[in-house]
Design a protein. Structure first.
Length: 237
């Protein structure tokens, strides 16, 4: 639970600079910035990118997408030894949203949000599939799927992955071609870059709030201590 701290004029000015003219977003940012000095330092360092993302969001759903990304960053930075790099492959380039580091372990983290109801395995599989193209080779990669599910356990990542692998094993080329992969083999190449999926329900009314699915077939596994730290930080929302 986020603690409430008094917000000074500098915090209020920063929140207004980032999120105006959306008063609800400004108020929430004031709370987050005042409560988290590491998140405040991050926001100051990346104020241009954050402002561009917030002001460029064209509708309420797009604004919620940006909000989720910032909330994930805020929570990760509550872990004292975790550091976060924003858009490590450069703004406007295909690549994950974050690089997250703990000690000597680093992993990319791509963030997506399921809009609307909690996804069934078929919908979740397509959501994951659309994000595999963001994952670079030769580094650990994770995908975070945010939703408004009652519990993170409602997002059945294992079932979604079985569906995708079943399509690939059956060489359902038309299924993958329709989703941007020329062949099922091209899907497997990207699938093997995925170290794990974090299912996260920020407003969960039942535990668990966060569930980690680990890809045993990944070429490069997620650093275990870093994976635990990310799951723990997000579970503390």
């Amino acid at each position: 639970m986020t603690q409430v701290h008094p917000a000074g004029p500098a915090v209020i000015r920063l929140a207004q600079e980032l999120a105006a003219p959306d008063p609800a977003a400004v108020d929430e940012l004031v709370t987050w910035l005042a409560a988290g000095p590491r998140f405040r330092a991050f926001a100051e360092d990346h104020r241009d990118k954050i402002r561009k993302k917030l002001r460029g969001a064209s509708d309420a759903e797009a604004r919620r997408d940006v909000r989720v990304e910032l909330d994930v960053i805020r929570l990760l930075l509550t872990e004292r030894k975790v550091s976060v790099a924003f858009e490590p492959y450069g703004s406007g380039h295909v690549g994950p949203d974050l690089a997250v580091t703990l000690g000597g372990g680093t992993a990319n983290l791509e963030i997506t949000r399921r809009r609307g109801a909690s996804p069934d395995p078929t919908t979740l599989a397509q959501l994951i599939l659309a994000k595999l193209r963001q994952l670079p080779p030769s580094v650990p990669n994770a995908l975070l799927v945010a939703s408004d599910a009652v519990s993170a356990a409602d997002l059945d990542v294992s079932a979604a992955m079985r569906l995708l692998r079943g399509r690939a094993d059956a060489k359902d080329e038309s299924f993958f071609a329709a989703r941007g992969f020329p062949t099922s083999r091209a899907f497997y190449d990207r699938f093997l870059r995925l170290g794990g999926v974090i299912a996260w329900s920020e407003r969960a009314s039942a535990l668990p709030r966060t569930v980690l699915w680990t890809n045993a077939s990944a070429r490069i596994a997620l650093p275990p201590k870093l994976a635990r730290a990310m799951v723990g930080a997000l579970a503390g929302a």
